[in-house]
Design a protein around this ligand. Structure first.
Ligand SMILES: [Zn+2]
Length: 198
């Protein structure tokens, strides 16, 4: 059960708030982690454009691709850049708009009950070592906050929106990720990730 007052921003993440979120349904249990891949423009890394997209200030003139997506109202809870930098756009208790039309084990609208993590990348270019390391640590942390997220409830956007979405793509090595996740040992002191009030 989520309290109205609850708010959860990861202490180690750079906070760049997006206006693109709303409340989860009152009976939501957060029990799914969705991994995505994104780069703007596609295949170009390091620019300010992902932040701009999630903050509704993408300049449609800046790249031909941007004109096709500039009107979207989307977000993700988290982004892991190529460098491993972790960015948080939306309070984890709130509903970010990352999954779109989607389904998981008979439930539709995965935004209601999931947390979305974007990896800066493409379907075809290998993700970086730092991204795998930070993703494994962050997933571990999220599983501590939200114990209903088991390893069988960590999926790609491609899995919940098949035929419509392909990210994080063949470039994402699931085996490598799950091996790293199983090996994560984070001292609580390092990230201070006990939920407030616990
Ligand atoms: Zn996606």
């Amino acid at each position: 059960m989520l309290s109205d007052a609850a708010s959860l921003w990861l202490p180690q993440a750079k906070k760049i708030p997006s206006p693109n979120w709303n409340e989860r349904p009152a009976d939501s249990t957060i029990d799914l982690l969705v991994i995505h891949g994104i780069s703007l423009p596609p295949g170009k890394f390091g620019g300010p454009w992902i932040h701009a997209l999630f903050q509704n200030r993408l300049d449609p003139q800046a790249d031909p691709y941007f004109a096709t997506i500039a009107g979207l109202r989307v977000s993700s809870h988290l982004l892991i850049r190529r460098s491993g930098e972790l960015v948080q756009y939306v309070d984890l208790y709130k509903r970010a708009w990352h999954a779109g039309a989607s389904h998981f084990e008979g439930r539709t609208g995965c935004n209601d009950f999931s947390i979305g993590i974007e990896l800066e990348g493409t379907d075809q270019i290998p993700y970086t070592d730092r991204q795998y390391a930070v993703l494994a640590e962050t997933a571990h942390q999220l599983m501590r906050y939200f114990p209903k997220i088991g390893t069988d409830r960590i999926v790609g956007h491609c899995h919940i929106a098949p035929g419509r979405k392909t990210d994080p793509g063949p470039a994402f090595d699931w085996q490598r990720f799950f091996t790293l996740l199983a090996a994560v040992q984070i001292p609580r002191k390092k990230t201070g990730y006990e939920p407030e009030g616990s």
